[in-house]
Design a protein around this ligand. Structure first.
Ligand code: SAM
Length: 274
């Protein structure tokens, strides 16, 4: 009987091509074919390293349909690599369905670990890293995004988000409203690339820097938010007290903004006494 092949899940660089590991390169050189999120993108990466291999497109629109055929190839003894456009496959990238199908078929799935933007950002953030929650991309629609953030406002573990250039300002504004303007934040931009920048400070301060400089809004971002501290409840109590007083003189929206700024409590936590 034919010995089944292995599915190698291979991490690729998130910017700096020198971050492709020797074992990753060796694996890409020796497999029968490479499953890639965007075959043109991966062809460029392979060309840089002088590798020529058959490429199979595997993206969110065809993954279910492709998984069965790929499992059949593995069963026939072919070895396959799975890569995404950048970083570790399956981390806000395709691959989950294929990996699950391969495991369900009893096939060997083996990692070739390497770059991951979330972990790279966490490693330089200086924010507690012993317990963290990876949230990936927030919902694109403003209402759903704010709802998700309000569910996370009391989370005590470190929070990690991915964000793109075109929504970074809106997301920082939503962070200020949900987590409060004083919550510590690290913004890691263009990691391992020419314009790598790591900004840290209270949400409001990072927001000001990004708002004032268009260059700080370019590229790819990881946002790391400190978890809600032990004193979060005290800040919310103080914020509600201020909000109630300020409502005697200001419109509720103005009162909430000011009370949030003064207390450091998330604006959303001030309404309704919930
Ligand atoms: N699989 C990838 C990983 O392991 O990090 C993530 C893929 S996800 C589609 C792309 C997002 O990752 C970007 O929008 C950005 O939030 C983050 N990202 C990727 N490369 C980055 C970099 N060099 N610097 C900062 N963030 C990056």
């Amino acid at each position: 009987m034919q010995t089944p092949g292995t599915l190698h899940v291979v991490a690729t660089p998130i910017g700096n091509l020198a971050d492709l590991s020797p074992r990753a390169l060796d694996t890409l050189r020796t497999v029968d074919a490479i499953c890639a999120e965007d075959t043109r993108h991966t062809r460029q990466l392979l060309a840089h390293f002088g590798v020529e291999k058959p490429l199979i497109a595997l993206h969110q629109h065809n993954e279910d349909a492709q998984a069965g055929q790929l499992v059949a190839r593995l069963r026939e003894g072919q070895s396959l690599a799975l890569v995404s456009d950048a970083g570790t496959p399956l981390v806000s990238d395709p691959g989950f369905r294929l990996v699950r199908a391969a495991r369900e078929a009893g096939l060997r799935v083996s990692p070739v670990p390497g770059p991951c933007a979330a972990i790279a950002a966490l490693s330089v953030a200086g924010i507690a890293s012993d317990r963290f929650v990876f949230e990936g991309f927030l919902p694109a629609k403003a209402g759903a995004r704010r709802e998700r953030l309000s569910q996370l406002a009391a989370e005590t573990r470190t929070l990690i988000f991915y964000e793109s250039a075109h929504r970074i300002e809106e997301t920082l504004a939503d962070f200020a409203a949900a987590f409060g303007p004083q919550r510590p934040l690290v913004l890691a931009r263009e990691l391992t690339k020419l314009f790598e920048t790591v900004l840290d400070g209270p949400v409001e301060r990072v927001r000001e820097v990004v708002g004032a400089d268009a260059n700080q809004r370019r590229g790819e971002f990881v946002l790391i938010v400190e978890g809600a501290g032990e004193d979060a409840d005290a800040r919310i109590a103080e914020g509600r007290r201020l909000y109630a007083r300020l409502c005697e003189y200001l419109k509720p929206s103005q009162a909430a903004k000011l009370a949030a700024e003064l207390s450091g409590a998330p604006r959303k936590a001030l309404y309704g006494g919930e």
